[in-house]
Write a protein that binds this ligand. Structure first.
Ligand SMILES: Cc1ncc(COP(=O)(O)O)c(C=O)c1O
Length: 379
C-alpha cells in the first residue's frame, strides 16, 4: 500500500540517534539543529529516558483513564515544580493540535461563547478549531472554516479590544514566540494589554507553548517573560522527547466537571513515564541554563555574519533571516555538510530548534559549514 503523499521528503533515512546526532542506514552522522521540529528536548535516545520507557513498557504500557494512575500525578507535580505554574491543573492528551483543541473547547464551555481571536502568521495545529485559528487558508478545509475566528495583526491592541468588547469571544490564542510563522514576537505591552482585556471581557487567554515551552525559550514557558496569567497553557513537542504526549495546564479558578474533556490514549502509563524522564533530565542536567548560555553564544556568532540580515526568536528557538530564499542553502547543509535545520513560512528564514543539550562545538560546526555554503549559494 503506498503512503498518502502529503509530505515533501528529504532523501535521508535516519535509523538511530544519540544526543545531538542522528545516523542513517550507512552510519553517516547528521548534526540535528532541527530537533525533529522542536520535539527533541533532552537529546536523541537519552539513556535515562530509554531506561524509563523500557522499564515502564515491561510493566504496564497502557490502561485507560478509568483507573488510578499515579504516573499522571507524578508528571503533574513535576510540571508544576519546574514551571512555577502554582495551582494549575493538568489534562493530558497526545499532540499539540489536540492540546489547543481542548483549550479552545474548555474556553467555549466555560465562557458560553464561541468566537476565537488569533493572530497573523500563527500556527495552532490541524484539527477543527485549532486549524481554523491558524493563519493558513491552504490547510483549512470547508468543515474547519465553519468555526468563528478573527485573525488580527500581532501588536494590534485596539483590534483585540474592539473584538473582545463585542462580547462573543471565548478565547484569544497566541504563541508568545511564533514557530512555523517565523519567530516573530509581540511586544510586552501588547501581551500584557491582551491579558488585561481578556480578564475584563470574560475571555480566556490561551498561551500556545507547544513549541516554545519546556525550556526552549530560555524560561520554562515563553509567556513567563511577561506579566501575564494565561487561563490555559498548551504543551506538547518537547514534553515527550519524541514520545507522543500533549496537555493543557488549566488555571486554578477553572473548575473541572466529569466528562467535559476526555481521551482514550492521553495520559497513558508509557507517555507519562517518558514525560517524567524528560523533566527529570531537564532538571538534573540544568538544561534551561544551557539554553541561555548556548543561545547567547549562537547569537553572538550569528551577528558576525554579514549575510544574516536579522536574528529572531529567543533561547534555542532562533531564526536567521537572509535577503534570499534559503531552500538551496538548507539542502546544501543537509546533503553536503550533514546538518539538519528547519524552515518557516518565511522562505528567507532558517529555523534553529536543536535539542536543549547542544554544546558550543556544535554551534561552531554549524557556522563553519554555513560560511562555506554561503560562498557557493546563488542569491
Ligand atoms: C505553536 C504550535 N502549536 C501547535 C502545533 C501543533 O502540534 P502537533 O503537530 O503536535 O499537532 C504546532 C506544531 O508545529 C506548533 O508549532
Amino acid at each position: 500500500m503506498p503512503l498518502f503523499d502529503v509530505y515533501p521528503l528529504y532523501n535521508v533515512t535516519p535509523v538511530s540517534g544519540v544526543d545531538m546526532h542522528v545516523y542513517d542506514e550507512k552510519e553517516v552522522e547528521y548534526l540535528d539543529l532541527y530537533g525533529g521540529h522542536a520535539v527533541i528536548s533532552i537529546g536523541h535516545s537519552h539513556p535515562s529516558y530509554v531506561k524509563a520507557i523500557t522499564n515502564q513498557v515491561s510493566k504496564l504500557g497502557f490502561y485507560s483513564n478509568a483507573i488510578q494512575n499515579p504516573l499522571q500525578v507524578e508528571l503533574a507535580d513535576k510540571i508544576e515544580s519546574l514551571s512555577g505554574c502554582k495551582g494549575y491543573e493538568l489534562f493530558l492528551c497526545n499532540s499539540g493540535a489536540e492540546a489547543n483543541e481542548n483549550a479552545l473547547k474548555l474556553a467555549s464551555f466555560k465562557t458560553g461563547k464561541s468566537r476565537v481571536v488569533a493572530f497573523k502568521n500563527g500556527f495552532h495545529g490541524r484539527t477543527s478549531a485549532a486549524v481554523a485559528a491558524t493563519d493558513n487558508p491552504n490547510i483549512i478545509a470547508p468543515i474547519n472554516a465553519q468555526q468563528k475566528v478573527t485573525i488580527l495583526p500581532l501588536n494590534d491592541v485596539e483590534g483585540v479590544k474592539k473584538e473582545l468588547e463585542k462580547g462573543d469571544v471565548c478565547a484569544v490564542i497566541l504563541e508568545f514566540i511564533q514557530g512555523v510563522g517565523g519567530l516573530d514576537q509581540g511586544t510586552a505591552e501588547f501581551f500584557e494589554q491582551v491579558d488585561a482585556l481578556c480578564k475584563a471581557n470574560n475571555t480566556y487567554l490561551i498561551a500556545d507553548e507547544v513549541q516554545s515551552g519546556y525550556g526552549r525559550s530560555g524560561k520554562f514557558f515563553a509567556f513567563q517573560y511577561y506579566n501575564v496569567t494565561p487561563e490555559v497553557i498548551s504543551i506538547a513537542k518537547g514534553m515527550g522527547n519524541g514520545f507522543p504526549i500533549g496537555g493543557i495546564l488549566i488555571h486554578p479558578n477553572i473548575e473541572a466537571k466529569y466528562g467535559m474533556l476526555g481521551t482514550t490514549f492521553g495520559g497513558n502509563h508509557l507517555a507519562c513515564a517518558a514525560g517524567v524522564a524528560v523533566l527529570n533530565t531537564i532538571e538534573e542536567e540544568n538544561l534551561i541554563a544551557n539554553v541561555n548560555e548556548i543561545s547567547e553564544y549562537f547569537i553572538s556568532v550569528a551577528k558576525t555574519i554579514p549575510q544574516i540580515k536579522n536574528i529572531k526568536g529567543r533561547g534555542l528557538m532562533i531564526g536567521l533571516e537572509f535577503d534570499f530564499e534559503v531552500g538551496e542553502l538548507r539542502k546544501k547543509l543537509i546533503y553536503e555538510y550533514h546538518i539538519f535545520t528547519g524552515g518557516a513560512s518565511n522562505k528567507r528564514l532558517i529555523r534553529i530548534l536543536p535539542p536543549l543539550t547542544i554544546k558550543k562545538s556544535h554551534v561552531d560546526q554549524f557556522f563553519k559549514a554555513l560560511n562555506e555554503v554561503l560562498k557557493t549559494v546563488e542569491k
